[in-house]
Design a protein around this ligand. Structure first.
Ligand code: KIV
Length: 258
């Protein structure tokens, strides 16, 4: 999988599959099952480090996990999260992104929109592929007052759409949209040429991502948008079931959407 193929998938309506991985063993399984994208998510702060949020994750930790994952992946596209406060200005953004790319990532993911214009632009100028992340932004959990659905009213929905269009115009090549109404996700997906990867954003996104520990039923009290695919069988069969369900659009259902 490469970035050009992501675009082709959007154009042909082939749904894109993405799971998080933080270590080599899980990455190898997901890669062998044919997942399109592996995201080294800063959700590792929650699921690996046991913290309440992602705010304490560092670039050094992201590089360490990216290196472990990269050694197990031959086919999937690798995206690594830039953690909290690692993109506060252009120079720092470039240095930290370069570390993740040197660690094996093919693309970096940043949360937020037009407030990070200089950070997005310096990465584009330096040919570092970027995935945006709008809607619920876990790194802004305190400012957002908790893990809440975003874009429910007209103004905030328009703000997310405007951010998405700005990111695309600057050269961002994919966009995660998290916890927004399915109708808004559909509108964003229709109005962008770059692929959208939804999580809690309905079935009409160009692809779907889940935190692997949620997909495998390990997380206690997961959010409504999560489905446990490991009800029977192995991690491999759960992964194959997730891929099939996303590809044939039987996941997510209305039950997993807002
Ligand atoms: O860190 C992460 O796992 C993520 C996903 C929730 C998209 O950003």
């Amino acid at each position: 999988m490469n970035i050009q193929q992501l675009k082709t998938h959007k154009q042909s309506g082939t749904k894109i599959t993405c799971l998080t991985a933080y270590d080599n063993a899980f990455a190898k399984i997901f890669n062998e099952c044919g997942i399109d994208i592996i995201l080294i998510g800063d959700s590792l702060g929650n699921v690996i480090q046991g913290d309440e949020n992602t705010l304490s994750v560092t670039t050094e930790e992201m590089v360490y996990h990216t290196q472990s994952v990269a050694k197990g992946v031959s086919k999937a596209l690798l995206i690594a999260d830039m953690p909290y406060q690692s993109y506060t200005n252009a120079e720092q953004t470039l240095q930290n992104a370069q570390q993740l790319i040197n660690g094996g990532a093919q693309m970096v993911k940043l949360e937020g929109g037009r407030e990070h214009e200089a950070c997005f632009k310096i990465l584009v100028e330096n040919n570092i592929p970027i995935c945006g992340h709008l809607g619920l932004q876990p790194q802004s959990v305190i400012a957002m007052g908790g893990y809440k659905v975003q874009g429910k009213d007209k103004d905030s929905a328009q703000n997310i759409l405007d951010d998405a269009k700005a990111l695309e115009s600057w050269g961002v090549q994919a966009l995660v949209i998290e916890c927004i109404p399915a109708s808004l996700a559909r509108k964003i997906t229709q109005q962008l040429n770059i692929p959208t990867i939804g999580i809690g954003a309905g079935v009409d996104c160009d692809g779907q991502v889940l935190v692997s520990y949620d997909m495998l039923g390990i997380t206690q009290n997961p959010p409504k948008f999560v489905k446990n695919f490991l009800t029977n069988g192995s991690i491999k069969s759960a992964t194959n079931d997730f891929i099939q369900a996303v590809k044939n659009q039987t996941f997510p259902t209305d039950k997993h959407s807002y």
